[in-house]
Design a protein around this ligand. Structure first.
Ligand SMILES: Cc1cc2nc3c(=O)[nH]c(=O)nc-3n(C[C@H](O)[C@H](O)[C@H](O)COP(=O)(O)OP(=O)(O)OC[C@H]3O[C@@H](n4cnc5c(N)ncnc54)[C@H](O)[C@@H]3O)c2cc1C
Length: 372
């Protein structure tokens, strides 16, 4: 009624044209607002949470199958652990790729992903996932909300936060560039005395990688025995890398580090231009949905099809644990790639997307597209 009155009054106004234009602008603004709301709540066929190697590859594979894909990551850059922790370290165990750095792998995966339509939202932590009455999912991130018919969790070890030494001056040394938690630029270590802290694969891999370019490489570990692969330990033992075990760090000094021998009064001062801390990363708790089964180790138990206990939510990569025997899970990129394919194929089989999916081998699909 009010609307009609406004309408009739308008007709009697002298500067009708201005009012008409105002009215048109008002309706356009209204239509635009509805459009924005609709776009903001676009329904994706699959939302992949985590743009690490497994999530990126899953996104590509889902796009190739004809699914509409949304990939979300809390980080500002794609690539997960290889990009965040070891962009310069070489990876030698991906099938068909004899040698590639973590950074190059991330770039290649993104180039592959670009072959298919997809939406990538970075800098957004997925905080909650709710299943609606119609079976679809509402994902609430730190910045927005999104709808999806299915969800693939590829969150790896969660938010990548390096474990610190916990000594005074650590943050200041990190800010000044003297102390790092990963090797981002190899050249920064050229002709430097480097002290690596840690006894796992990463610590020893870095020791071998830096040995040819650094002036000296030292590894400090709190146990006599290293946790790395036997071959890596043997390679380090044969190299010029200096090993100090069992020692812990008691302080960072002006010129390097003060070390304390475990269960002994013996102390050791080491000079260092660069300190590389390789104590692993802190696993954040995956707490996105109350009903989702998550183990005490923060892993999602999955079926052979990579399905979680919630219908429509799947998981792949480092975040999973196998529900059925044999439950041995190898946390490697190549394994995660296979799991991504298994998960996306199961999603394509199980969920009714209301539209046709593509089938066939990649060669046939992309050749068709490229008109070969
Ligand atoms: C030093 C080191 C060396 C390694 N070397 C090798 C090697 O030589 N070969 C090999 O195969 N493997 C290697 N690995 C293991 C390999 O990196 C992992 O297996 C692989 O990264 C797992 O991939 P992913 O995609 O499952 O998880 P990740 O790489 O961990 O990626 C998970 C992504 O999810 C995001 N995320 C997490 N939680 C959320 C959330 N709530 N919301 C939004 N985003 C979220 C994270 O930011 C991250 O980007 C190495 C690992 C390390 C640490």
């Amino acid at each position: 009624m009010r609307f009609c009155l406004t309408e009739s009054r308008l007709k009697n106004q002298p500067d009708n044209k201005i009012l008409k234009a105002t009215r048109v602008a008002f309706y356009l603004a209204l239509a635009f607002t509805f459009f924005v709301i609709l776009i903001g709540m676009e329904m994706f066929d699959i939302t992949v949470v985590g743009a690490g190697p497994v999530g990126l590859y899953a996104g590509f594979y889902a796009g190739m199958k004809g699914l509409s894909v949304h990939i979300l990551d809390v980080a500002e850059a794609i690539g997960g652990q290889p990009m965040a922790i070891y962009p310069e370290k070489k990876i030698y165990d991906i099938a068909g790729v004899p040698e590639i750095s973590g950074g190059e792998l991330a770039e290649n995966l993104q180039a592959q992903l670009r072959r298919v339509p997809h939406t990538l939202s970075l800098g957004q932590k997925v905080e909650k996932i709710e299943q609606r009455a119609d079976g679809n999912f509402l994902l609430k991130t730190s910045a927005a909300e999104f709808l999806s018919r299915s969800v693939l969790l590829t969150t790896g070890n969660g938010l990548i936060t390096p474990r610190k030494i916990g000594v005074d001056g650590e943050d200041a040394a990190h800010d000044s560039g003297r102390l790092s938690y990963n090797v981002s630029v190899l050249e920064e270590y050229r002709e430097k005395t480097v002290v690596i802290l840690g006894g796992g694969d990463s610590a020893l891999d870095w020791a071998l990688m830096l040995e040819p370019i650094a002036k000296e490489v030292h590894v400090v570990h709190r146990r006599d025995k290293f946790r790395a692969h036997a071959k890596t330990v043997a390679d380090v033992a044969e190299s010029s890398v200096n090993l100090h075990t069992p020692f812990t760090v008691s302080a960072l000094t002006e010129s390097g580090l003060s070390l304390q021998k475990v269960k002994s009064d013996e102390r050791l001062e080491l000079s260092a231009d660069k300190v590389l801390v390789s104590y692993g990363s802190i696993t954040s708790v995956l707490d996105v949905m109350d009903a989702l089964d998550v183990t005490r180790n923060n892993k999602i138990p999955v079926s052979q099809e990579m399905a979680s206990n919630i219908s429509g939510i799947f998981a792949a990569g480092d975040v999973v644990e196998y529900r059925e025997a044999p439950r041995v899970k190898v946390p490697l990129i190549s394994v995660g790639f296979g799991e991504a394919v298994t998960a996306v194929s199961a999603i394509a089989r199980q969920i009714d997307f209301g539209h046709k999916l593509t089938s066939g081998h990649s060669s046939t699909l992309f050749e068709k597209e490229e008109g070969k």
